[in-house]
Ligand binder design. Structure first.
Ligand SMILES: Cc1cc2nc3c(=O)[nH]c(=O)nc-3n(C[C@H](O)[C@H](O)[C@H](O)COP(=O)(O)OP(=O)(O)OC[C@H]3O[C@@H](n4cnc5c(N)ncnc54)[C@H](O)[C@@H]3O)c2cc1C
Length: 389
């Protein structure tokens, strides 16, 4: 088994260490569904399997339990190391229900969270739009109050689990944004929309380099009861950002899992590959590369688990979560690229583990805030604060 020295770091409590080790053993035995040509079926099977194994309980909070960010991060790191789609299935149950865990009414939590936790309902988080990706405040989706209902109109895109989700936490404009031409982060509200609600359709399925369910969604006169609104009217931006503060850190953790797997593969290859009468590992150029890979991973991991530990301690972690995501995802991309290089031609053969990792890592530098957006967040927090702490 690859070493798990980082579990001894002081960020964790004993139950976190037990969780990571048990999941590692479980994943080795249970992730047969993590592959296959039908990505929707594979995802559904993974959600069922992860629910049955009890792992999805850690993805949800609510009135009975707080979200344990370190547990979520350790689970994502461990699953990503075994199979990217398993990490995706777990992460989306958390991201898709996070707003309900953090801000939902007791009734909403009762209606949705147990089903997310046991894997009987699939969740999705619908924030991005064709004209509002990095620039969330440019959101155009509208929610108009009509008696006891809201009527939703507009489009969302790049929505993970789009097409297979049982419900979508979506964000729409209920009032003036506070900026020029009505745009801005004010006046946004969050809603739960069940799949099958009249006026809601999946407009297009989108194929990406690391296949997983992804879609563009359309809302046309889609009527939802006001009881489906999460939190207060106009609180949606805060709801979205608080959810992202948890799950952004977990994106960093997933990238660590991909990077550690790439390092494991590279170490094995370097030891075994014979060349010039020696092995690849005997050359100092290779040793330097491996050392850089391991050092980069640990630096990203320290930032990631610092952010998770601080959040679990009740601290405001917008800056720390952004630092973790920026550092871990960018480093993971470099580590995986280095692993592909160490494999030579074999590294780009379809289905080779490092080739799969090369495709898996790419989107993590873009979604839940591209690296450039993380830089802006870090700078904004620094400039708004009193110093470099
Ligand atoms: C695989 C995948 C899954 C996704 N899943 C979801 C999901 O489940 N739910 C959801 O709501 N969204 C999801 N997204 C959307 C994702 O969050 C957006 O793609 C992301 O926010 C970037 O928005 P955009 O694609 O519109 O790019 P744009 O906003 O057009 O940005 C393009 C690029 O511009 C650069 N950039 C951005 N801002 C600045 C700046 N201020 N200065 C300089 N450069 C800048 C960045 O490099 C960025 O990548 C997903 C995306 C992908 C690829």
């Amino acid at each position: 088994m690859p070493d798990r020295d980082y579990l001894d770091w002081p960020f964790f409590e004993p139950h976190h260490r037990v969780l990571a080790r048990e999941l590692d053993a479980w994943a080795g035995a249970h992730l047969k569904h993590a592959h296959g040509p039908d990505v929707d079926a594979a995802c559904r099977a993974l959600v069922t399997e992860l629910g049955r194994g009890g792992w999805l309980r850690h993805a949800v909070g609510g009135t009975k339990r707080a979200i344990d960010t370190r547990a979520i991060c350790l689970i994502r790191e461990t699953l990503a190391r075994h199979a990217g789609l398993a990490d995706f299935a777990f992460a989306m149950q958390g991201l898709g229900s996070g707003a309900i865990s953090l801000f939902g009414s007791a009734q909403q939590q009762e209606d949705y969270l147990p089903r997310v936790a046991d894997g009987s309902a699939i969740a999705a988080f619908a924030l991005s739009e064709p004209q509002a990706g990095s620039d969330v405040a440019a959101m155009g989706c509208a929610a108009r109050r009509d008696g006891d209902d809201y009527v939703l109109d507009g489009e969302k895109t790049w929505i993970s689990n789009g097409g297979i989700a049982d419900f979508y936490v979506m964000f729409a404009r209920t009032g003036d944004g506070g900026g020029e031409g009505g745009r801005g982060s004010k006046g946004i509200s969050a809603f739960i929309v069940d799949a099958g609600t009249p006026g809601f359709t999946v407009a297009e399925r989108i194929e990406v380099i690391a296949p997983h369910p992804l879609a563009r969604l359309r809302f046309e006169g889609c009527r939802v009861p006001a009881a489906q609104r999460i939190g207060e009217e106009g609180q949606g931006f805060k709801v979205a950002m608080a959810t992202l503060d948890v799950f952004r850190t977990s994106v960093a953790a997933a990238s660590l899992g991909f990077a550690r797997r790439a390092l494991d593969e590279a170490l094995q290859r370097a030891r075994e590959r014979a060349m010039f009468g020696k092995t690849l590992a005997d050359f100092q150029l290779t040793q330097a590369k491996l050392a850089q890979m391991a050092t980069g991973i640990d630096a990203g991991a320290l930032l990631t688990y610092r952010a998770a530990w601080l959040r679990d301690g009740g601290k405001h972690v917008t800056k720390e979560a952004a630092m973790a995501k920026l550092s871990a995802t960018e480093t993971a991309q470099q580590v995986i690229d280095a692993a592909v290089q160490l494999f030579g031609g074999q590294g780009v053969v379809s289905g080779e583990t490092v080739e799969i990792l090369y495709r898996e890592i790419r989107a993590l530098r873009i979604y839940e805030g591209a690296s450039e957006v993380q830089l802006l967040i870090i700078a904004r927090e620094l400039l708004a604060g009193e110093g470099s702490r």
